[in-house]
Every structure is written in structure tokens, then in C-alpha cells.
Write a protein that binds this ligand. Sequence first.
Ligand code: MN
Length: 236
Amino acid sequence: MSEANYLWNPPPVHSLPVRGSTARYPINRIFCVGRNYQAHAVEMGNPIDKASMKPFYFTKSPSTIVESGATVPYPAGTANYHYEMELVVAIGAAGFRVGEADARRLIYGYAAGLDMTRRDLQLVAREQGRPWDLGKDFEKSAVCSEIVPIGNLGVLSAGAINLQVNGETKQSADIGQLIWNIPELLADLSKFYHLEPGDLIYTGTPEGVGPVKPGDRITGHVDGVGDIALTIGQPE
Ligand code: MN
């Protein structure tokens, strides 16, 4: 077989920098967990009863990734563009139908992430029982810091997570408040997907989500993991 011959250049491999390494983390898929902090579920009008409910997921395309520090244009088609500060788990080993005790083996590292959302479009879709793609899976909507190798961090179960807009705190919570913690998420998600190296999991946002406008600067932090920043530019 000769080398494949394409009509145009194939899309690039999307990747993120890795702290302490010159090698980059190539992204396979981006999974996002919905409603994984009770106070956020309540503010969105859907409180969670863990005993009777399961986590749910949506995805973003790898091409939506944006590195921390970027300026992104205020996106098309929305008048209610929201931030969601999240802990991101970066998978580094394959796993299917894993147990909670396998979490450590699957995790390459962590990152601080922003699940940017066209809230007006998401809510219309939600009310009409339609997919969330227009609200969630749009260009430059998955903002991510460098990947921090797990090292001595272990399987994170606590640590402050917060976000500021123009220096004013809007979200402030703790990873310990996750409704489904990291081992539970990996065990559940791997019932449905063969997790692979390069899969990112945005673990959900705490309460306090809200809108941003052109010129705003978002900053965020996850204890033990790091910081993230994003500037909102003019609409295209
Ligand atoms: Mn989210």
C-alpha cells in the first residue's frame, strides 16, 4: 500500500502542553459530565438524587479545544455565553468496564478547564428534548490548561475550585462536592465507551455559572492542578 493520498490536508492532531515535558498530550475525545455538583444542578432547575439517578454525558469535538491564555471571539448565534469552571481528568491508559479501584491506572493527569456554553441554545434544546450540540459543541468551546501529570496527586477527592470574571469571584466550591467522584465516573463512563489514552473528561461545574461579554477576562484555579485564563473578544 502506498501512502494515502487526500484531497486536502487532513485535520491536525489537537493536543495540549504537558507540565514538565516537551511532549504534548494528543486529544482523542472530550467527554463532559452534566450536573455533577448539587448546587449547580439546583440552579439549573434539576436537583440530583444520586440513589435513583445516573450521571449523564455530552461530548465536544477535539477541534473545539483552546489553550488557556487565549482570546476567543464572542461566539455566533448566542446572546447568553456562559463560563463553567471544571476539573478535567486526562486519561492515559485504556479501560473498558473498569472498577472504581482501577481509576488510578487510567489517569494520566489533570487540568483546569472551561466548558464554555451557549446557554440560550442549550436551554432551548433541553426544553424541546433535542441534542445539546449547538449549546455545547461549538468552535473554541473547550478551554483547557496544560495537563499536569498525576505524580503524587493521586486520585483527587478534594481541593478548591474557583473562577473569577474580571477579578470578581463567581464560582467557589470544592472537588469533594462532586456528586459522582472520579472513580465512580470512570467506572460508569467505561460501561459505555472503551476509554483510551487522550480522552479528556470535564467533570462538571459548581454553582455560580453566568454570562460573559466581549472584553471580559476569566480566570480560574483548581488546587493542586493549576490555573486557567480566557479573554472574550469581539463577536465575529
Ligand atoms: Mn459543564
